[in-house]
Design a protein around this ligand. Structure first.
Ligand SMILES: [Zn+2]
Length: 72
C-alpha cells in the first residue's frame, strides 16, 4: 500500500451557491430543451409485449409512445 503521489490538495472547494436543480433549469434554458427519455420503453424504443394466451413467448415491439425513438 502506498499513499504517495497525492500531494498538492490544498485548495478549498468552491461553495456552490446554485442548487443542482436550478443549475439544470438554467442549462435547459441556455442550451434548449433536452429530449425526454420515453417512460414507456425507458429510452430503448422497444416494449415487451405478452401474448394473450400466455403460451408463446413475449416479443419485442416498437414503442407506440415514441415510435421506436426512445425519446419524446
Ligand atoms: Zn418509447
Amino acid at each position: 500500500m502506498s499513499t504517495h503521489g497525492d500531494g498538492g490538495k490544498g485548495s478549498n472547494p468552491r461553495p456552490f451557491s446554485v442548487p443542482l436543480g436550478q443549475f439544470n433549469d438554467n442549462f435547459e434554458r441556455i442550451f434548449g430543451k433536452k429530449p425526454k427519455q420515453c417512460f414507456s420503453c425507458h429510452g430503448t424504443g422497444e416494449i415487451i409485449c405478452f401474448q394473450k394466451d400466455g403460451k408463446t413467448e413475449a416479443y419485442r415491439d416498437e414503442c407506440p409512445s415514441c415510435n421506436g425513438k426512445g425519446q419524446i
